[in-house]
Each structure stands twice: as C-alpha cells, then as structure tokens.
Design a protein around this ligand. Structure first.
Ligand code: HEM
Length: 337
C-alpha cells in the first residue's frame, strides 16, 4: 500500500507548482545575497502559486462521491447516464477527474492495481487541503470502487441545494447520520473554490436578501448582472486561496455566498458553532478533520463488495475473472497482480 508520503509525492506531481507552509524549524544564518522575502515585491506570487481551483475541485469530488450512495467512486464513472451527469455534478471540475486518473496510473506503476479510485479521491482531497494550508488530517483507506452508480434523481435528492436553510440542511445531513457539528464543520469546505452566479442570484434579484452585506451584494451584482448564470465568484471573499476559518468570519459579516452558507449564522441552531470556528481556527481544523473522516466513511464498500478499477472513469469489464484473480490477504489488502 502506498504510504502517506508516497501518495503526497505522487499527488504533488499533479500540481503545477506549490509551496508548502514552512513549519517553525530553526534555520542556519542565510548566506549573503539570499533572503526569505527575495521576490516579495518583484513577484509576490513566486512562492505561492498553486492550483487552488484544482484543490477545490478535488475536495468537492470527494464530497459529491460520499453523499451519493457512499464513497464508492461512483461519481467518477463516465459509463453512466446517471450520477456524473446529474445537474449538481456537471460543475465538478474535469481537471479533478483527470488528476484522479493520473494518480491512479502512477500508483499502478508503483504497486500494481491495489489502490481504489474511491481511496484516491479521499486522499487527493486530503492532500489538496494540506497544500492550501488546511489541516493535515488522516484518511483511513481500504474503500473499494462501486459497481453501480446512482440515477440522476437520486443524485439530486442526495445533494442539498444552495438555497437550503439550516433546518433542511440538518435534515438532509441527518439522513446520512451527520449531525449539526458535521454540517457546520464540513461547510468550511467553502473556504476555497468558486460558485456560479446561477447558484446565488436568487439572493440578488428581484429582491436583495436582507441578510447580505450591502457592499458585498453590490459587488456580486456587478459580477452577476441579471440573467447571467455563467460568471462566478469566489466562495470565500477574505482568503479564497487558503483553507482557513475566514469562511466563518464572512458569515458573521453577512458575506456568505449561498443561502446554505449564510443560514448557518442566521439560524440559532448553528450560529454558536459558526462563531466558535470564526474565532478559533485550530478548533475548526480539529472539527473539520473529525467530520471529513466521518464523511469519508459513508456507506463505503470493502473487500468483495466492490472492485479496484483499472480506469477510474469506467467499471472493470471482466468482473468474474477479477473475482478469481483478486486475492485478499489477512490485512484485508488486495494482493498486487
Ligand atoms: C452543506 C451543503 C452544501 C451545499 C448546498 C453546497 C453547494 C455548493 C455549490 C452550489 C457550489 C458551487 C458549484 C458551482 O457553482 O460551480 C459548491 C462548491 C464547492 N463546494 Fe459545496 N456545498 C455543500 C457542502 C460542501 C461540502 C461538505 C464540501 C466539502 C467538504 C464542499 C466543498 C465545496 C468546494 C470545495 C466547492 C468549490 C468547487 C470548485 O471551485 O470547483 N461543499 N458547493
């Protein structure tokens, strides 16, 4: 099985260029001519270019995978006219799907066909969050890839709408045994990434949502003139490129993008949690790590319940042969073949 560091290394190859947050280590005195801030004015992005959009795309793929019939890689399947092509999944990033397949191919070379696509999606989400300065949480592995996918109708039912209020979000997540803490912590996933105008213009037109900061609303109206559904806005206006707790600060300032975001602060059932995360990033990271692990274990398939795909976008063609050739050892890990 690929170790965490091996996986991270593989994942890094999929990111154009990155800069890991420097830990609080001791360093030797700098030689003349070098500086910790050499490009600060001439090229401020030199140390921070990383593909935040890809990171957001990978996190959202993992979420959409898990919420719809469990974390079984079914959202990755191209050979369906269902799940992947249901409306909420049409805005998942193709670059995310490509990276998951790239990683699968690298892991195939490294260890044979032993790592499932569902595990790759979970691990890629973890590494994405870490690369944009979020928590470095642990992911248990051993998921198998599903043999089925959900219908469009089931997919629509399983993913809450951005127009949802807190009560309906609590009900929706409750069906998955996720509680109010999980709802508020997981919504922090909106610390990175973008939303298309179509998902929030109902808050601007014909009447502006009263629970929206005026300047924020005016800026959104400029980005999303009436009838424009293609444009997009960052989900976290304070720090769109970093996974941090500023998303919750936005909510306190009535600068949440979707109704489903802002409602977490408006509703007394979730408000205290929002405030506690807004004032304490470590607490948010701790709770996010817990809840994302819970999400990552939703209805997983293990052992003979699923397969390990040779291509994350397509179910394996010869299921009967694979059942014979996949040996499962005492640790529950498939032997390489
Ligand atoms: C609680 C209910 C949720 C609702 C209603 C919701 C809704 C949405 C919507 C409408 C978008 C914008 C899609 C677009 O316009 O392209 C979005 C983006 C995103 N969501 Fe959620 N979401 C929810 C929960 C989550 C969770 C649990 C996570 C992860 C832990 C997550 C992570 C993301 C990310 C990272 C993006 C940005 C994707 C990108 O930039 O490609 N969301 N979400």
């Amino acid at each position: 099985m690929a170790s965490t560091s091996t996986f991270l290394l593989l994942a890094l190859t999929a990111f154009p260029l990155l800069c890991m947050g420097a830990a609080a280590f001791d360093y030797p005195p700098l030689v003349k001519g070098l500086s910790w801030t050499f490009y600060k004015s001439s090229c401020p992005k030199a140390e921070s270019i990383r593909d935040v959009g890809l990171a957001a795309g990978l996190l959202r793929i993992h979420y959409h995978d898990c919420f719809v019939q469990g974390c079984d890689g079914s959202v990755l399947l191209d050979d369906s006219d269902g799940e992947k092509f249901a409306p909420p999944n049409l805005s998942l990033r193709q670059s995310g799907f490509n990276v998951i397949n790239d990683i699968r191919n690298l892991l195939q070379k490294e260890c044979g066909r032993v790592v499932s696509c569902a595990d790759i999606a979970a691990l890629a989400a973890r590494d994405s969050i870490f690369l944009v300065e979020g928590p470095d949480y642990k992911v248990p592995t051993g998921r198998r890839d599903g043999l089925t996918f959900a219908s469009r109708a089931t997919t629509l039912e399983s993913l809450p709408l951005p127009s949802s209020n807190a009560t309906s979000l609590i009900t929706a997540l409750g069906k998955l045994n996720l509680d109010t803490n999980d709802l508020v912590a997981l919504s922090g996933g909106h610390s990175i990434g973008i939303g298309h105008c179509s998902n929030f213009t109902d808050r601007l037109y014909p009447t502006q949502d009263p629970v929206m900061d005026k300047t924020f609303a005016n800026n959104l109206k400029r980005t999303c003139p009436p009838a424009n559904t293609e444009n997009e806005n960052v989900l976290d206006i304070r720090s769109p490129n970093v996974f941090d707790n500023k998303y919750y600060v936005n909510l306190m300032k009535q600068q949440g993008l979707f109704t489903s975001d802002q409602t977490l602060h408006t509703d007394s059932k979730t408000r205290d949690l929002v405030i506690s995360f807004a004032v304490d990033q470590s607490l948010f990271f701790e709770k996010f790590a817990y809840s994302v692990a819970k999400m990552g274990m939703l209805n997983v398939l293990t052992g003979s319940q699923g397969e390990i795909r040779a291509n994350c976008s397509i179910r394996n063609p010869f299921r009967a042969d694979e059942a014979l050739s996949t040996l499962v050892d005492g640790d529950g890990e498939a032997a390489a073949f």
